[in-house]
Design a protein around this ligand. Structure first.
Ligand code: CO
Length: 205
């Protein structure tokens, strides 16, 4: 079963060792990534590949619609480990245009459990309904909502006690909001980076 994937894996491991004989030995001893990526599960948004980072260089958390919900134990565990143990220097919340999760949050159709998961995006839409509905193109409106969602998640991460405590002890840590475009492979920085409690207060959303 899945023999092609196992063959791919063997070829990949061989290539890595051919280029760098100690590659896996080094990784086995330690992981010391400087970055935490919080992104969408979408298969078209491969975190390491997009930013050209090797194994060991990027700590990754992905879920539907790149959410950072303050009560989600999975996300919080990743965040605390990244901040307190790995001491990452940067956290990137990375949304993407054309996100099916963001679209599903507001299309009014029932899907089951995921409707609960996407609840924060529905709330965000309602908060900014007037501004969003001024955008005539439905696609552009959803893309704007993708950006709003990223900014809101930057706020969630920046407001988290683990992050606030890191700042209180002068640990260097910034949270950034990016959006990835499926159509050209480029990341856009939404320029909502926060590096301290005051920055979080000043976020637009
Ligand atoms: Co998505």
């Amino acid at each position: 079963m899945l023999d092609h994937l196992k063959a791919n894996n063997r070829a990949w491991a061989t290539r890595k060792v051919a280029a760098d004989a100690d590659f896996f030995k080094r990784l086995e001893r330690q992981q010391a990534p400087e970055y935490l990526w919080i992104g969408c599960s979408d298969s078209r948004v491969p975190a390491n590949e997009i930013v050209g980072l090797d194994p060991g260089e990027l700590f990754v958390h992905r879920n539907v619609a790149n959410l950072a919900p303050p009560q989600d134990a999975n996300y919080l565990s990743v965040l605390q480990f990244a901040v307190d143990v790995l001491k990452v220097k940067h956290i990137m919340v990375v949304g993407h245009y054309g996100c099916g999760g963001v679209a599903a949050a507001v299309d009014g159709r029932r899907r089951g459990l995921v409707d609960h998961w996407l609840h924060p995006i529905r709330d965000l839409y309602r908060e900014h309904q007037a501004a969003l509905e001024k955008i005539p193109s439905p696609q552009a409106r959803l893309d704007r909502l993708c950006e709003f969602n990223v900014i809101r998640q930057v706020r969630n991460v920046g407001s988290d006690v683990f992050v606030q405590d890191a700042w209180a002890r002068s640990q260097g840590l910034s949270v950034h909001g990016w959006v990835y475009s499926l159509s050209n492979g480029l990341v856009q920085d939404l320029e909502v980076s926060v590096s301290g409690p005051q920055d979080v207060e000043e976020l637009p959303l």
